[in-house]
Design a protein around this ligand. Structure first.
Ligand SMILES: [Zn+2]
Length: 197
């Protein structure tokens, strides 16, 4: 599953509706909560990924996964293990968990953005289709690169295993070579002798 950035697909809505927070007691204090969603129209994951970016540091300091189906086991919010975090990501998570709990209008807004993405992705004539296709291509290229890298690592491991087996093989071969020519030369010699005789 890959996720797409809401504010890049719908820049106008994104600009107006991307929430920013002032978090007291944390470095930088001003944070923007960028949203990513799964655009697969056949997937009903009911989930948003909140990418928390510090304005002063200009970097992502926490990545929080949040499910709209509150009865689901893995509804969250929780820190996503596959994405970027920072030493104070846990603190940010605690504040945002409270925020999601208290601000129903904000959760409704997230659900509306999710519905907007799914509807656009399901509509072949929607203007965002080109961008979605481009991201999908990029995702596939990345996946292919990962697969190639894995194959290269595997081939390297095999190669080094073979290389480390060479000295032992050479010793064996040397012993065999040391014996064989003697037999041959003796045989050859005796044949020659026979011919000579
Ligand atoms: Zn999904």
């Amino acid at each position: 599953m890959y996720l797409i950035p809401f504010d890049q697909l719908f820049p106008e809505v994104g600009l107006k509706e991307t929430r920013s927070l002032i978090l007291i007691g944390l470095p930088g204090s001003r944070y923007d909560m960028y949203e990513s969603y799964c655009p697969d129209p056949k997937c009903d994951c009911q989930r948003v990924m909140l990418n928390i970016v510090s304005r002063s540091e200009q970097k992502q300091v926490a990545t929080i996964s949040y499910g709209f189906d509150r009865s689901a086991k893995s509804a969250g919010p929780f820190l996503d293990v596959f994405n970027q975090q920072s030493p104070y990501a846990e603190k940010i998570l605690a504040v945002i968990a409270e925020h999601l709990e208290a601000d129903h209008a904000y959760v409704q807004r997230l659900k509306a953005h999710y519905a907007l993405i799914k509807a656009a992705a399901a509509d072949p004539s929607h203007p965002v289709q080109q961008q979605l296709a481009k991201w999908k291509d990029e995702e596939q290229t990345l996946l292919a690169t990962d697969k190639n890298l894995a194959e290269i690592r595997k081939a390297r491991a095999m190669l080094s295993e073979l290389e480390s087996a060479i000295p032992a093989l050479e010793r064996k071969n040397g012993q065999a070579a040391g014996k064989k020519p003697r037999h041959r030369s003796r045989g050859g010699k005796s044949k020659k002798n026979e011919l000579d005789a």
